[in-house]
Design a protein around this ligand. Structure first.
Ligand code: GLY
Ligand code: MN
Length: 355
């Protein structure tokens, strides 16, 4: 079933007659368009893809399930939407939650004949269940993340700077036709206690924890992988912290079973870390949805509303961050299937000494 049909079904279930899709990631999901400017007007019978003259040719090639229209100066986007909505007989139009208050006010004033209503969550829910094509693309991005880790492990030596490791990560992904999913996190020693620390000139030293978190964006889909290493000889404290994070990660990956909730799986991570009194050092959620965005809809956290269903993809990334000592995070990407969880990133995760 096409994503336009899936959206129409959800609209019908939730009593939404017409929606204006404006979030560019949702537009890509709905239409296949990879440009940076468009809106989609969808009703039970019409699906109109509106872009401007910069993207007319591209939209014609990429968008097949919708009626592609483009506008140019002196007509404005709001005038064009007004005309199209009128032609479709739309008088009540739902807008997405990402619309800012100022845009809402401006559209309300520009289109006095249309009643604007906030849309219920529609595309967010649909995007959580990945199509087979999306799963293939996520798997390809995960394979590249595994290859990156194998490549980068060779340069993890005492004296190499966080910044140099970071540069090599970017070169590797770009050389392989991908982009960085996000600015890589490469943090060593005391910096590794910062879950989202920024790589700097610090050079690897014996006794460091080193954490590398660096996903690939390949063909529009993301992977997200984190591994922590010990530089030089590990102390008993390194081993205790690392192995407890590993235990939490392994058990939580296994727990992504159909029917389990994101709250339950997050709680499992905290329960395992607490066996060694380490849950106090785990401040973020256990994981997030993964797809067109690195942080795609859905999550595993105390606030999660999700129940595991086939086709969902989540990161599982418990961490322990101890100020003044260092931190460990281990992250894999996991697909929920009828037959249990399928781990998509495979780089080894037993405690590894580098340097
Ligand atoms: N890998 C970065 C994050 O999940 O926020
Ligand atoms: Mn992540």
């Amino acid at each position: 079933m096409s994503n336009v049909k899936r959206l129409r079904n959800a609209m019908s279930t939730k009593g939404v007659d017409a929606i204006l899709v404006t979030d560019m990631t949702n537009i890509r999901w709905l239409s296949g368009f990879t440009g940076s400017s468009a809106v989609c007007l969808v009703t039970a019978k019409d699906a109109i893809f509106i872009t401007d003259s910069r993207y007319t040719i591209q939209a014609g090639q990429q968008v097949s399930e919708m009626d592609v229209k483009s506008f140019g100066s002196p007509k404005t986007l709001d005038e064009f939407i007004t005309d199209e909505a009128k032609a479709c007989g739309v008088s009540e139009l739902h807008f997405e939650s990402s619309v800012t208050f100022s845009t809402y006010e401006a559209r309300k004033n520009a289109m006095p004949d249309i009643t604007w209503k906030p849309a219920p969550e529609l595309i967010r829910e649909l995007r959580m269940i990945k199509t087979p094509d999306e799963i293939t693309k996520i798997k390809d991005a995960c394979k590249l993340a595994d290859a990156l880790m194998e490549h980068i492990q060779r340069m993890l030596k005492i004296g190499v700077s966080e910044y140099d490791i970071c540069l090599d990560i970017e070169f590797f992904y770009r050389r392989n036709g991908a982009q960085l999913a996000f600015d890589p996190i490469v943090v060593s020693g005391p910096n590794s206690a910062r879950p989202h620390g920024v790589p700097g000139e610090r050079k690897l030293q014996a006794g460091d924890f080193l954490t590398i978190d660096c996903g690939a964006n390949l063909n529009g889909y993301n992977s997200d992988i984190t591994r922590s290493f010990v530089v030089g000889e590990p102390t008993p404290r390194h081993e205790e912290v690392y192995n407890q994070v590993l235990k939490a990660e392994v058990e939580c990956c296994k727990a992504l079973q159909v029917g389990k909730t994101g709250v339950e799986i997050d709680a499992l991570a905290r329960q395992i870390l607490d066996e060694k009194d380490l849950a106090q050092y785990f401040g973020h959620g256990l994981g997030h949805g993964l797809g067109l965005n690195v942080h795609d809809p859905g999550g595993l956290s105390p606030r999660s509303k999700e129940t595991m269903a086939p086709g969902m993809v989540f990161t599982v990334e418990p961490g322990v961050y101890i100020e003044g000592f260092g931190g460990v995070r281990i992250e894999d990407d996991v697909l929920v299937t009828e037959n249990g969880p399928e781990i998509l990133t495979h780089f080894p995760k037993e405690l590894t000494v580098v340097g």
